[in-house]
Design a protein around this ligand. Sequence first.
Ligand SMILES: NC(=O)c1ccc[n+]([C@@H]2O[C@H](COP(=O)([O-])OP(=O)(O)OC[C@H]3O[C@@H](n4cnc5c(N)ncnc54)[C@H](OP(=O)(O)O)[C@@H]3O)[C@@H](O)[C@H]2O)c1
Length: 287
Amino acid sequence: MAIIQNWLPPSRENWDFICTVWAYFPIITTAQWVLDWYPQGKTSTESRWNIDGKIGWATMESAGFITLLYIMYALPRELGIGELPWGNWTMAGCFVFHYLYRALLSPLYLNPSMSPMHPLVWLMAFLFQITNGISIGGYLAGYGPTTQHYWAARSEYMFVGLVIWCWGLLGNMFHDDDLREIRRAANRKQVREARESGKPIQSVDKVYMVPKNGLFKYVLHAHYLCEWVEWAGWWMIGGWAFHPGRNFLINEITTMLPRALQGKRWYEKKFGKEKLEGRKAVIPGLI
Ligand SMILES: NC(=O)c1ccc[n+]([C@@H]2O[C@H](COP(=O)([O-])OP(=O)(O)OC[C@H]3O[C@@H](n4cnc5c(N)ncnc54)[C@H](OP(=O)(O)O)[C@@H]3O)[C@@H](O)[C@H]2O)c1
């Protein structure tokens, strides 16, 4: 049963169209190079329209994996495919696993606090997720490889890709957690002071410090870098022909790179260049 006839799940023609349009997404991100306005996270602004950070992240980031799972369920039935091969499910599993962490576990359980976001940021991320979910979902659910033989023939590449994906994910989680620890430590300090001097405990919202562990020694957005490694490994699992994986990686880099450079400017303004000790924005020694 289709949710939107020919779009969810997509017909072959509509899926081709979405994949073609999606490949041009980097053009939209050029706006991020010229505008400094990005009302989310460190650079969030006060607005009566703002969405709570945790709710915003959970809802916008869930859209992609839910779309993908729905297409994995519905499209094979429409195309008369009995069972998708294990390679397709491995790739879908990696994607869903990442987003269970990113969309649910991180914002709702792990992150001590998240700044509010403007609805426009939410909408852009939501549309990113839906488009990406359709692009990847269509490929994995029937318009890409549908035989066991295809995956068996490239099992070595799959293995290497999986290892890279796994290290990238672990690196992303490690550096995310290093940022969380800054606020957890601030909270512990406040609780201690409250116990000793009776001072009321204040919120740790918007408490920032320069992160120092792991790759943060070299770059201010080590979590971004690790996420790129993760999706590069994932693309490798699927192979050159897996164009939705390539588009996803390129689209992530083109939207996160200007954000990381903006983040570096924010760190310089808040803490001063000397405190950053030559750290780059996202690629050690380069950018
Ligand atoms: N931003 C993107 O376009 C994008 C795209 C795809 C994937 N991702 C992934 O999503 C995750 C989060 O991305 P993000 O852009 O929100 O990262 P971020 O700006 O670094 O924020 C991550 C979390 O850490 C807190 N935080 C950031 N810097 C801090 C510091 N110096 N001291 C203490 N706390 C700090 C933030 O709090 P506040 O919210 O209060 O600032 C937020 O809760 C990353 O792993 C990234 O790889 C991001």
